[in-house]
Design a protein around this ligand. Structure first.
Ligand code: AMP
Ligand code: MG
Length: 327
C-alpha cells in the first residue's frame, strides 16, 4: 500500500454521514455511509449531533475496511458545501482536526461537483450532461469552458425533498422516495400541476397539490401521478439541455437517481436522441464519502491547495462557482 496517493473523504452536508478512501487511480478502497433516522424530517442540529457522535468510529471503520493506517494517507477532503450549516461545520472541524493531528493537507470540496465526478469515475462517462437529483438539490449541468454550467435547476424545493415531504405529510415513512416508488407501481394517472419555467423547475406547488389530492384519491394513484409529473418535468428540461449543450451522454447523479421509473424515463429520452445513459452503482448515487475523497484527489493533483484557516464552510456554494482545473 505504501507509496500510493490515498485520500480520506468525509461527507456531511445533510442527514447522511459518509467516510470514503480513494486512491489517485480512482480505486475506491472504502465507502461507508451512516444514515440517521429522520422520521420527522431533517433537523440540522440533530443531524450535526449525529455526525459528531458517529464520525470517529466511522473513520476507524473506513480505515479498517481499506486496510490502511492513518499515516498512509496523503490527503483529507471534506464536503465544504452546499448543505446544512451545523452538519457542514461538524465535518469541517473533524477534517481539520485529523489534518492537523496527522500533518496532512486538507481540502474542502463542493458536494454537487463530487456527485458528478464520482459518476464519471464509476461509469466511464466522459463528457455527460448530468441530471443530479437528491434530497437537497435538483440540477441539470454540463461542462463548458472550465466549469460545470447549470443549464436548469429547481427554483424552490428539490425533487427528493418534494417526495420526502409528501411522504411525511401522509405518514408513509421516511425517506419517502423508496416508499412512494413502491406505492406508485399500483397507481394510475391523475392530473397534477406541471411547472417548468424556461429551463427551471418548480416543485413546491406540485407538493401542495399532491398532498391535497391525497385527501380524496387513492394514495397509490397520487404517488404514481406525483412521480410521473415530477419526473416528466425533469426529463423535459434535461432533453432541452442535452440538445443545447450538444452532449452525447447523460449521467444520473443523486439519491433520487436510484428510482427505476426515473431511470426508465431518462433512458427513453436518451434513446430517442441516440445518446448513452450512464447510471452509477447505488452506493455512489446517494451522498457518500468516496465522492468527496475522489474530488479531493482530482483537486489536489490539479494543484488546488487550501490553508487551514481558509477552509470555512459554504452553505450556498453553487456548482458553477467551482473552477474545474482537472479537465
Ligand atoms: P441524497 O441526498 O443524494 O443522498 O439522496 C437522498 C434522496 O433520495 C431522498 O430525498 C430520498 O427520498 C431519495 N430517494 C432514495 N431512494 C429513492 C427512490 N427509490 N425513488 C426516489 N427517490 C429516492
Ligand atoms: Mg447529495
Amino acid at each position: 500500500m505504501s507509496g500510493e496517493f490515498l485520500c480520506l473523504g468525509i461527507e456531511g452536508t445533510a442527514e447522511k454521514l459518509g467516510v470514503g478512501i480513494v486512491s489517485a487511480e480512482g480505486e475506491i478502497l472504502a465507502n461507508l455511509v451512516r444514515q440517521m433516522k429522520v422520521a420527522e424530517g431533517i433537523h440540522p442540529s440533530e443531524a450535526a449531533q449525529h455526525h459528531a457522535t458517529h464520525l470517529p468510529a466511522l473513520v476507524r471503520a473506513g480505515l479498517e475496511r481499506a486496510g490502511v493506517e492513518m499515516r498512509e494517507l496523503s490527503l483529507i477532503a471534506f464536503s465544504r458545501g452546499p448543505g446544512l450549516g451545523p452538519c457542514l461545520r461538524v465535518a469541517a472541524v473533524a477534517a481539520r482536526a485529523l489534518a492537523l493531528k496527522h500533518k496532512l493537507p486538507l481540502l474542502g470540496v463542493n458536494h454537487c461537483v463530487a456527485h458528478i465526478e464520482i459518476g464519471r469515475l464509476t461509469t466511464g462517462a466522459e463528457d455527460p450532461l448530468t441530471v443530479y437529483v437528491s434530497g437537497g438539490n435538483t440540477q441539470v449541468t454540463a461542462f463548458a469552458q472550465g466549469r460545470y454550467r447549470v443549464l436548469g435547476e429547481t427554483i424552490d424545493i428539490a425533487l427528493g425533498n418534494c417526495i420526502d415531504q409528501f411522504a411525511r405529510e401522509l405518514e408513509l415513512g421516511m425517506p419517502g422516495g423508496p416508499v412512494v416508488e413502491r406505492l406508485a407501481r399500483r397507481g394510475r394517472y391523475l392530473p397534477l400541476p406541471y411547472v417548468v419555467k424556461g429551463m427551471d423547475l418548480s416543485y413546491s406547488g406540485l407538493l401542495t397539490a399532491a398532498v391535497r389530492l391525497a385527501e380524496r384519491e387513492r394514495v397509490e394513484d397520487v404517488c404514481f401521478s406525483l412521480q410521473e409529473t415530477a419526473f416528466a418535468m425533469l426529463v423535459e428540461v434535461a432533453e432541452r439541455a442535452l440538445v443545447q449543450a450538444e452532449k452525447e451522454e447523460v449521467l444520473i447523479a443523486g439519491g433520487v437517481g436510484v428510482n427505476a421509473r426515473l431511470q426508465q424515463m431518462l433512458a427513453g429520452m436518451c434513446s430517442e436522441h441516440g445518446v448513452r445513459l450512464h447510471v452509477p452503482p447505488g452506493e455512489v448515487l446517494g451522498d457518500n464519502g468516496a465522492m468527496i475523497a475522489w474530488l479531493g484527489v482530482l483537486s489536489y493533483l490539479s494543484g488546488e491547495r487550501q490553508r487551514l484557516e481558509d477552509t470555512h464552510v459554504r452553505q450556498r456554494w453553487r456548482t458553477d462557482e467551482v473552477a474545474v482545473r482537472w479537465r
